[in-house]
Ligand binder design. Structure first.
Ligand code: CO
Length: 514
């Protein structure tokens, strides 16, 4: 893009506002590249200096976005009714979202921001120690501090009438989403999922893990996943695939999207699933409108919608029978005789195996959502004050028994397994399951508009689906809020129906049931 132009007296308030916001996001996108480098390339000796660089950029970006000039320009633009005449125009959407970000960033007193930063960086360290010792009591005082600070933070933000504390915090991740809406979708999902998983576990005809546990050389695994990523639509001229401990995708611009995956000798399925997942995030970033870079119209809608793109490629595509019709013969091309014994059906059933377990990040496509519900229910109750921090392990273990029928042996594999709460992130977890729900509903809509996609997948053809997603979702930037986007794209509000149809129709046959 062109270098940012200095504002002139003749620029309209709207043009000056967009220019200011763009400059801030140009700087913050430079921080993204440094963040990627920290995870992927940086020698460990660079950590202290890199933390200072990232903190400096974050503070400069914050200053630019909250400068009094931005407030004046916003007010001037808002007094011009023509800019907001059509609420879906680029101008109206940009003003709506810049106002939202400005209000949130200026509502918190500096003392609270500092206290949250200080407490959460300490809490992260104390959480790691408590997890190692598998002792919730060590972490308890820190979680109490965090819940109190998050309640203070939510009080500064405020929430809509009839809403609750959780809503104010979720706004950072899923704008406009409320705990009541989440609970209304989660409830029927839970009932039918618990029933489905129970039926699968009672089946005498379970899939084998032969494919999932097969030892395969890392160099071939890497060639294999690169081939799949490119084929489904990741553009290697506008992005990179590297390796990190925890796979992630970070976009600095549609022309430069960095994603990572990971490899284990005995788990090619993890590398494949992680790569397809991150490719879904990356394809979203690569197809955002580049000309709107740095403005809300060039940005993604929410974490839930972002996750819908990753889950759709990972699950609706990558775990489908038709996809394996295409990919199964390629296995021998990449791995030779090692895989020749495995039939397509065996591989397909293997990648769709379901087994209730203790650890969220290792969970399968179906039970994953039950892990999320436990966390959502607990953080919602902690924030509203209806549950005390003392009760976290007891409630956690009881819900795991009720929803997943597993006994939690210790805190390490129970309520201390995730880092999120120690980082003062509450309101975040449900975006994962919202992603699964949106993915299933978008995929049904794509199928009904494009026609049956199975034959295309079986031929290794993914362009029609990707272009449909770009047209309906990626190219729209933040024009629609997540819930509205869902209605516009699928004609229906978000519900649990499509995800349940997807899971039941696939998994019952995989387990020899119908
Ligand atoms: Co993701």
């Amino acid at each position: 893009m062109k270098p940012a132009q200095a504002s002139t007296a003749t620029a309209s308030p709207y043009a000056e506002l967009i220019d200011q916001v763009r400059q801030a996001n140009l700087l913050s996108s430079s921080g993204s590249v440094l963040g990627w480098d920290l995870e992927v390339m940086m020698p460990s000796g660079g950590l202290e200096h890199r933390s200072k660089q990232l903190a400096q950029i974050a503070s400069m970006v914050h200053e630019m976005k909250t400068s009094p000039r931005v407030g004046e320009l916003l007010a001037a633009c808002e007094s011009d009714a023509s800019l907001r005449a059509d609420p879906l125009s680029a101008e109206a959407v940009n003003l709506r979202e810049i106002r939202r970000g400005y209000d949130r960033a200026t509502k918190l007193p500096t003392s609270l921001v500092e206290e949250l930063t200080r407490t959460s960086s300490m809490a992260r360290i104390e959480w790691a120690k408590a997890r190692k010792a598998s002792d919730f009591k060590q972490f308890k005082p820190w979680l109490e501090k965090i819940v109190k600070l998050l309640r203070d933070q939510a009080a500064c933000y405020g929430w809509a009438e009839g809403g609750e504390v959780w809503d104010a915090l979720a706004e950072d991740y899923e704008p406009g989403c409320t705990a009541a809406q989440v609970a209304a979708v989660f409830k029927p999902l839970r009932t039918r999922l618990v029933d489905l998983v129970g039926r699968l576990m009672a089946s005498p005809n379970k899939p084998s893990n032969a494919f999932n546990e097969m030892k395969l050389p890392l160099a071939q695994q890497e060639k294999f996943v690169r081939f799949v990523a490119e084929r489904i639509g990741f553009d290697f001229n506008r992005g990179r695939l590297d390796v990190s401990t925890h796979p992630f995708c970070s976009g600095s611009h549609a022309g430069d999207v960095r994603m990572t995956t990971r490899f284990h000798e005995d788990n090619v399925n993890d590398a494949l699933g992680s790569t397809m997942h991150e490719s879904g995030h990356a394809i979203y970033e690569q197809n955002l409108p580049a000309e709107a870079f740095g403005t809300p119209m060039g940005d993604s809608v929410s974490l839930g919608i972002h996750e819908s793109q990753s889950r759709l490629w990972e699950n609706q595509v990558g775990r489908s029978d038709a996809f394996w019709k295409w990919l199964h013969p390629k296995l021998s091309e990449y791995f030779g005789d090692a895989v020749s014994e495995l039939s397509r059906d065996e591989v397909y059933r293997s990648v769709n195996n379901v087994q209730p377990s203790l650890i969220r990040v290792e969970a399968d496509e179906a039970t994953y959502n039950l892990h999320i519900m436990v966390r959502f229910e607990i953080e919602r109750a902690l924030l509203s004050g209806s549950m005390s921090v003392d009760d976290v392990p007891g409630v956690w273990n009881a819900r795991y028994k009720e929803y997943l029928d597993v006994d939690v042996p210790d805190d390490r594999r129970g309520c201390l397994q995730d880092i999120h709460w120690s980082m003062a992130s509450m309101g975040y977890f449900p975006t994962y399951t919202l992603g699964n729900l949106y993915a299933a509903q978008f995929f049904e809509a794509a199928t009904s508009e494009i026609g049956d996609l199975r034959e295309q997948f079986a031929n290794g053809e993914f362009t029609n689906l990707r272009e449909w997603l770009t047209r309906k979702i990626h190219s729209q930037g933040m024009r629609y809020r997540a819930a509205d986007l869902c209605e516009v794209v699928t004609g229906k509000p978000l519900s649990s129906d499509a995800l349940l149809r997807h899971l039941e129709s696939k998994l019952l046959p995989v387990f020899g049931l119908s």
